[in-house]
Design a protein around this ligand. Structure first.
Ligand SMILES: Cc1cc2nc3c(=O)[nH]c(=O)nc-3n(C[C@H](O)[C@H](O)[C@H](O)COP(=O)(O)O)c2cc1C
Length: 358
């Protein structure tokens, strides 16, 4: 099988087989099936919310490449009159720099925040996503009040209801972003305030629609114990995306790379939670398995899909295709290689490992 993996890696440089999870099942007897928000997926690799899920053509490329799922760029919630208490997050910024951060892996530097077009445009994209042969999930940033303030339920209600309508058959699947730039905001300088959001936001959303909620937790500017406390507080969420990028207060930017995966994995070592999705510095199949061993049922990538083309061993295809080739078939660090090493036949058995008592 090792020899075959070497051969397949070479053979697929120009393009993956049409249904690569089926091919992997047949050729290697490995089942890559995974899960996000309770939905079965053909494999664990999806795209995290961001600048790479802003329009229909980006989604088309990802379907063609065989990606398992995509989370749309985060939209800022609004009430029926278009009022947005989190409007400061809906800023337009196109300039992005992909750079190495102090030898600690690739990171994308960018000063923008959430979706900067209308909610109407966002709903169109959600509707389009529902017609595709790939799971496409919306992401929202809702009003986050100070401790002494009430939640603006009108924003929760209007945004959630219109999304549920655009989605169609319930339950609506929804990701909620607490964003790394928020970690740098004075709003997030109070632990009790953050824990209140995590506790209460799911209820506010559920009051408006039949919904399954994934909370994408931020890396707050507190210690690991606080990250664990956030996970434990998020009992009412159906899934957790762990954890969004780190925040560099000096430069005023969010960042990723190895600092991010080191922190995320270290915190996940201290938690036991079902329904996790990993995010942060996934650049190899081995890293997918690191997240899986700590309970993640799937992973969401962003940075890898933005690397220069010469960083990929594949010689043709979209970045998504080239990334999948690297993540799955790399004979040393790919998902198949890692699963063969660990003697795993099913990806979700790796995840299950996190919950064994031995
Ligand atoms: C330019 C950029 C924009 C992003 N925008 C969002 C966003 O709007 N909502 C969100 O939940 N995450 C956002 N993210 C976070 C990514 O979805 C992902 O979770 C994070 O970058 C960690 O994965 P990575 O190391 O593979 O990039 C963004 C990331 C980048 C680099």
């Amino acid at each position: 099988m090792r020899a075959q993996l070497e051969r397949d890696f070479e053979r697929f440089r120009g393009g993956l087989p049409p249904d690569f999870p089926a091919y992997v099942r047949e050729a290697y007897r490995i089942d890559l099936s995974a899960r996000y928000l309770g939905v079965p997926l053909p494999h664990p690799i999806g795209k995290g919310s961001g600048q790479l899920s802003l329009n229909a053509s980006q989604l088309d490329v990802d379907v063609e490449a065989g990606l398992a799922f995509v989370v749309l760029k985060t939209v800022i919630a609004e009430d029926a009159g278009g009022g947005q208490s989190m409007a400061a997050w809906a800023i337009h910024e196109t300039h992005m720099t992909v750079e190495q951060r102090g030898g600690r892996g690739w990171t994308v530097t960018w000063k923008g925040r959430g979706w900067d077009r209308s909610l109407h445009d966002y709903l169109q994209l959600v509707r389009y996503g529902r017609t595709l042969n790939m799971l496409v999930v919306p992401s929202v940033k809702y009003h986050l009040p100070r401790l002494d303030e009430p939640f603006r339920d009108a924003e929760y209600a209007h945004t959630t209801r219109t999304l549920a309508e655009a989605w169609g058959e319930p339950p609506l699947l929804l990701e909620v972003d607490f964003s790394p730039t928020l970690a740098g905001d004075p709003l997030a300088s109070d632990r009790e305030q953050i824990l209140r959001w995590i506790r209460e936001v799911p209820q506010r959303i559920r009051a408006a629609a039949n919904v399954r909620i994934a909370l994408k937790l931020m890396n707050a500017r507190f210690d690991d114990a606080f990250q664990v406390a956030m996970v434990e507080t998020a009992r009412d969420a159906d899934a957790l995306v762990v954890f969004n990028r780190l925040f560099d207060a000096e430069r005023g930017v969010a960042y990723g790379g190895w600092d991010l995966s080191d922190r995320n994995l270290r915190v996940l070592d201290r938690t036991q939670r079902r329904g996790l999705a990993g995010t942060g510095n996934v650049g190899s199949g081995r890293m997918i398995l690191e997240y899986a061993r700590r309970g993640c049922e799937s992973v969401q990538l962003h940075t890898l899909f933005q690397l220069p083309l010469d960083q990929f061993p594949a010689t043709a295809g979209s970045r998504t295709q080239r990334a999948l080739h690297l993540l799955v078939f790399d004979p040393k660090n790919g998902l198949i290689a890692g699963m063969l090493d660990g003697g795993y036949r099913r990806f979700l058995d790796v995840t299950e490992h996190a919950f064994r008592k031995d």
